[in-house]
Write a protein that binds this ligand. Structure first.
Ligand code: SF4
Length: 245
């Protein structure tokens, strides 16, 4: 879901993953899924009919190895304006983005102080995201750095209930995070969940447009939930691998 969602934000016309046995396995027996048996088999055949033909031809092929991709983060005002956490902002970066984000061309982002850490959104607020974040916190005894406001907002009520059943909420709260009701929250500045002034937010949400998190001068850096945990812990932009190793 993250890949499909963020492909568009990175400039693609369409982001798509072929439905396969993993998809069917995930949906099997779930609430709102077709009943196991004939109904499910029929739906599965229908979903699978959407997959690309095995002999389909494509204009281009790119092969990426996930383990070789450095943790990525945005530095600008659209999700495509991103670099590896140890990278430098491009020399030819858009002036509008640099001015808004209060960054300079060629500048490193690592070590930049943050004010807010947000784990949530439909893109990165699944139970697997919450498990990964809680696991990191528990395994490494991490706590939110002084002065950082840190929120965990499950992507749905179902995710929230599951997280509570697994007592993940206790891990977050003990480490200094707020564990909130499910919803969009800081993805789009819902209710009081807004940045103030030019606060900088390490956010697992999917959009970093100007003012997206509620303040007309608020600054958002998109990243994975694990990276948000790392940034919340150190109080600045951090390479999560430093904590893992
Ligand atoms: S506001 Fe954000 S979290 Fe809510 S549906 Fe839109 S993209 Fe997803």
């Amino acid at each position: 879901m993250t890949v499909c969602n963020m492909s568009i934000e990175g400039g693609a016309q369409c982001g798509y993953v072929n439905p396969d046995a993993t998809t069917a396995g995930y949906l099997f027996g779930r609430k709102y899924s077709p009943e196991p048996g004939e109904a499910f088999a029929k739906a599965r055949d229908d979903w699978f009919s959407l997959a690309s033909d095995v002999d389909a031809e494509f204009d281009d092929y790119f092969e990426l190895k996930g383990e070789e991709i450095e943790p990525m983060m945005t530095w600008g005002i659209n999700p495509g304006e991103s670099i590896g956490v140890n990278g430098k902002i491009p020399e030819n970066a858009a002036k509008e983005a640099l001015e808004y984000m209060e960054f300079a061309a060629g500048q490193e982002i690592i070590g930049e102080p943050i004010n807010v850490a947000f784990i949530g959104s439909c893109t990165n607020g699944r139970i697997t995201d919450l498990r990964a974040a809680a696991d990191l916190i528990k395994k490494h005894g991490l706590r939110v750095a002084p002065g950082v406001k840190a929120l965990v907002v499950p992507g749905s009520e179902q995710v929230r209930k599951q997280a509570i059943a697994e007592r993940l909420d206790e891990i977050f709260v003990k480490a200094g995070w707020e564990f909130r009701e499910a919803g969009c929250s800081m993805c789009l500045a819902m209710n009081p969940d807004k940045l103030k002034g030019n606060q900088l937010c390490a956010s697992s949400s999917n959009r970093n447009f100007k003012g997206r998190q509620g303040s007309p001068t608020g600054r958002t850096m998109l990243m994975s939930p694990a990276s948000v945990v790392a940034c919340a812990t150190r109080g600045c932009i951090t390479d999560v691998r430093e904590i893992l190793n």
